[in-house]
Design a protein around this ligand. Structure first.
Ligand code: ZN
Length: 148
């Protein structure tokens, strides 16, 4: 019975069709571009920081359903969080999609829908692209990041 899995798939498809925070932030103080050559996913992540807090976060670009849904849910999750919290969550998200760790659902919140990605190693880069791009933006990296 794939009840939970069907639900997860539905959430991912819904976010890929109607991505949240899909816009440019005019005058973003941090931004970076990320590219996943394996799949062709390409996104720009925009940030507006207030001290250590992420006041606003958005993205634009194109990619497969998993990469787009992941970017959409990442922006939803991180708004109002600190830089430090974002880094920690990325670590847990990475564990979740690579199957290396088993962060609890309460730690992951809505991001738990990506747990099924661990069964498809080729899609891990799709799921983590937005997060790598976010990290590059936070670090003020000028060159586009590539998952390769
Ligand atoms: Zn992809």
């Amino acid at each position: 019975m794939g009840g939970l899995r069907d639900l997860y798939q539905e959430v991912i498809l819904e976010h890929s069709k109607v991505p949240r925070n899909y816009r440019e932030i005019a005058g973003a103080d941090h931004k970076a571009e990320g590219f996943n050559p394996l799949c062709g996913d390409r996104f720009t992540v925009y940030l507006h920081l207030d001290g250590e807090t992420i006041r606003d976060i958005s993205f634009q670009g194109s990619g497969c359903a998993i990469s787009k849904a992941s970017a959409s849910m990442m922006t939803q999750t991180l708004k109002g969080k600190t830089r430090d919290e974002a880094e920690k969550l990325f670590g847990k998200f990475h564990d979740l999609v690579t199957g290396q760790g088993h962060p609890s659902e309460s730690e992951m919140g809505k991001l738990a829908v990506f747990s099924g990605v661990s069964e498809f190693p080729a899609r891990v880069k799709c799921a983590t692209l937005a997060w790598h791009t976010l990290q590059a933006a936070l670090e003020g990296q000028q060159d586009a990041v590539s998952t390769e």
